[in-house]
Write a protein of this length. Structure first.
Length: 354
């Protein structure tokens, strides 16, 4: 239904307009319940425990789709095992000028330079209050554009403190290419300092929440080695691999068209291989020392299984969900059930952090 009817209509509209229309449709009374009846598939064997959280299934929705926690309940009705909101910043910000979201249909890809557009952490908190306890929500946090890197820790602290009571895990996002100089925080010294600060805040709480780091696919092996060291040194709970890429290699879309779009992070099918390479490198080089959430270019059950085989404990969708629709979630879950034997042990590590 989605690929035959709804997607062709949505793709007639500018991407950001189509996104808002899809949200409006999803929030119509009973719409998500109806779609859930069509597409939902659950099985007890899909459940797994990762970094101390019991997930009903390993397929999540990546950050960026529901930035402001507007439709997490309806999205969960489509069968996702967890929803990651954000990236949320302490203060509201409009993001970059439009147009800032672009489709590359030939490549089954998206380019975005949204720039952490969001209504601020307090707006997200208001919407998360009273959420159903069965839903697993991750909070992806970042810094405001006007905040210099020297003061970034304060922004991450503010977002962490505001969201602590309302999310099940945190993701520290220092890998978006659309906030000036943000990726400099991936360097070893500032990243270690930032994560140590978040962990210090976390340890003061009655119950520490899992903290994950979202990394770029453009890191070298030496930088990935640094990430492994940082994860272990700061005792965070895992890594999300990967964010969007600044690379434009191997695209079928004409170079002139890509150049006209300009800067932004590329997501979608062109990222499939690189995201899996990063997952496999982290898993093998660390000997499975920490859980990995795999994201990037998942457009089929085979893409998801490949990431699980490479060492991911969970996976997330974004561009694949835009292009393939909610049926993709069901198909991946069915494939996981059919391949439980071959997926063991990476699909359910569970690594206990001491």
């Amino acid at each position: 239904m989605y690929k035959l009817l709804l997607r062709p209509l949505l793709f007639l509209l500018p991407p950001e307009t189509a996104h808002h229309l899809a949200f409006w449709l999803l929030r119509l009374p009973l719409m998500s319940k109806l779609l859930g009846r069509i597409y939902r598939f659950e099985h007890p064997a899909l459940a797994r425990e990762v970094f101390g959280i019991k997930f009903p299934n390993p397929i999540g929705l990546a950050a960026g789709f529901d930035k402001d926690a507007r439709a997490y309940t309806q999205l969960a009705d489509l069968g996702f095992g967890f929803i990651e909101i954000g990236t949320v910043t302490p203060r509201p910000q409009p993001g970059n000028p439009r147009p800032r979201l672009f489709r590359l249909p030939v490549d089954r890809a998206l380019i975005n330079r949204m720039g952490f557009n969001n209504e601020g952490v307090e707006a997200a908190v208001r919407r998360l209050k009273g959420r159903p306890g069965r839903l697993i929500i991750g909070g992806n946090i970042g810094k405001n554009k006007v905040t210099p890197n020297a003061d970034a820790v304060q922004d991450y602290e503010a977002a962490f403190e505001a969201l602590y009571e309302h999310v099940d895990y945190f993701v520290v996002n220092v890998s978006s290419p659309n906030t000036p100089n943000l990726r400099e925080l991936q360097d070893k010294a500032p990243l270690t300092a930032l994560l140590n600060h978040i962990q210090a805040l976390n340890r003061r709480k009655p119950r520490a929440k899992p903290v994950l780091l979202k990394i770029a696919p453009d890191l070298s092996e030496a930088q990935l080695d640094d990430i492994i060291e940082i994860v272990q040194a700061t005792a965070i709970d895992g890594v999300i691999a990967t964010n969007t890429t600044i690379s434009r290699e191997g695209l079928a879309t004409p170079e002139t068209q890509v150049a006209a779009i300009g800067a932004g992070g590329l997501s979608g099918k062109p990222l499939t291989r690189r995201a899996t390479e990063v997952i496999r490198y982290l898993y093998e080089k660390s000997s499975g020392a920490f859980p990995i959430i795999g994201v990037g270019g998942i457009f089929s059950p085979e893409d998801a299984l490949e990431k699980l085989h490479a060492g991911a404990s969970l996976v997330q969708l974004y561009s694949g969900f835009v292009y393939e629709g909610p049926a993709l979630v069901r198909r991946i879950k069915q494939a996981v059930i059919e391949n439980l034997q071959s997926l063991s042990p990476p699909h359910q590590p569970i690594i206990k952090r001491v």
